[in-house]
Design a protein around this ligand. Structure first.
Ligand code: E4P
Length: 222
């Protein structure tokens, strides 16, 4: 399973890249706003800055909701850098635009997907990635993981090439469950990736090994 980081924060992207486990980045308008990136020129520059840090795919989201606006914006975003994947919302004009981009060889990430039917449409339109938001479903007492299982199952039934990009991940258990379900990608906050490192027995075991190593060094020094 690929690991993407779900942020527009450059130092977090650098930290994940330096860890050696990063396969890509997803952003959205809320994440850009959180970093205080405003103005079209600054937003476009920020995408290029992200591409200069991360080596994998970088999702950049369109703001337009009408076909011609999505096309114009998406073509411009895709022209910024070869790592850019155009993120398009799951709406009627979005699906139509994904088909257009697919036919033009522009890669897409269909976002704001909350049902298997929506995921089926995204795959039929040729989306490179589909982003089911599992955390937001959990937040309203629906089983987000069940949706991931359903989409993986349906895509395997028909051999769709669209990659399942599990999004809206909240914690390390979500990541592990996505891997079990066969998601192609999990896009996560840095904190959830780093939480995968943690186990109390690792800490206890390491403390004991270091204490014993100190004893052996003290003996050999005598
Ligand atoms: C991913 O592409 C989405 O933008 C993101 O995962 C949404 O996460 P949230 O529900 O934590 O805002």
């Amino acid at each position: 399973m690929k690991f993407f980081i779900d942020t527009a924060n450059l130092s977090q992207i650098r930290e994940a890249q330096d860890l050696g486990v990063l396969d890509g980045v997803t952003t959205n308008p809320s994440l850009m706003a959180k970093e205080g990136i405003t103005g079209q020129a600054n937003i476009l520059k920020h995408y290029v800055d992200i591409c200069s840090i991360a080596t994998g795919d970088v999702s950049a989201e369109v703001i337009g909701t009408e076909y011609k606006d999505i096309i114009a914006e998406g073509e411009h975003l895709a022209s910024l850098h070869k790592q850019i994947v155009v993120k398009v919302p799951m709406i009627k004009d979005g699906v139509k635009a994904i088909r257009y981009f697919t036919d033009k060889g522009i890669r897409t990430n269909c976002t704001l997907v909350f049902s298997a039917g929506q995921a089926l449409l995204a795959a039929k339109a040729g989306a490179t990635y589909v982003s089911p938001f599992l955390g937001r479903l959990d937040d309203i007492s629906f089983d987000g993981m069940e949706l991931i299982h359903q989409i993986v199952h349906i895509y395997r039934n028909y051999g769709y090439s669209t990659q399942v990009l599990a999004a809206s991940i909240r914690n390390p258990l979500h990541i592990v469950k996505c891997a079990e379900a066969g998601a192609d990608v999990a896009t996560c906050p840095l904190s959830a990736i780093l939480d995968l490192l943690k186990h109390p027995l690792t800490d206890i075991g390491l403390a004991k090994f270091l204490a014993d190593a100190k004893k052996t060094q003290e003996v050999s020094a005598k």
